[in-house]
Design a protein around this ligand. Sequence first.
Ligand SMILES: *Cc1c(COP(=O)(O)O)cnc(C)c1O
Length: 259
Amino acid sequence: MGENSGLSHDEQYSTALTVEDFRANIAEVDDRIAAAASRAGRDRAEIELLPVSKTVPQERIRLAVAAGCHKLGENKVQEAHRKSEEMADLDIDWSVIGHLQSNKAKDVARFASEFQALDRIKIARALDRRLQGEGRSLDVYVQVNTSAEDSKFGMPPEELLGFLRDIREFDTLKVQGLMTLAIFSSDIERVRPCFRMLAELRERARQTDPDLIGAGRLSMGMSGDFEVAIEEGSDCVRVGQAIFGKRSVPDSHYWPENG
Ligand SMILES: *Cc1c(COP(=O)(O)O)cnc(C)c1O
């Protein structure tokens, strides 16, 4: 474990207000990704940085796009859908990374390029039906709850293999891998096992049947813990505040069950 792998939940993230601010914040995150990759003996180029723009208004998102962001993560479907329409003139791929209700599946099927929080067969079925109608496919990650004591969204680890088998019937869903949210703790020794569990689940799926898990990517790590996630094998880090600045909306708004 390197000296920079401590968590930084309490860090004051500065709000990016200009294209230059965005360039600087992205460069800093990029350096930290590269350092974590190098500590883990991994290739930086394998790791995707997904900027998360939830709560950020379109004026500032436009600056981020000017600074080079062309794929953005949003937690809530309605917010993402609205932004995709407001910024239809820009070249942006939208990744929905939060819990989905089945009555919103039709929206996701219309505008999203990726959905990272698939955790129920009902949602898979609803998405497939809508995607068939749109004549398109969707990249998906299956979300797993790796922190049982926190009741975050995601399926129980023991149900994962069965679920991966069940969703094979949906041709429109292109499984990219697994996604998780680690426990919210500034104690690295509680966070790391969540990431490690996701990596183990991927191995188990691969050994059972490599076709179950597509590219087998791991989406894990956010502003406060992405370096630890990279050390444990993350292929996609979802970073909001370290790029856009501190959010005023509390995270409980996005994770209502998270105490
Ligand atoms: C908001 C959010 C993130 C990013 O969190 P930051 O602390 O802003 O980096 C990552 N994943 C999900 C699912 C989120 O909702």
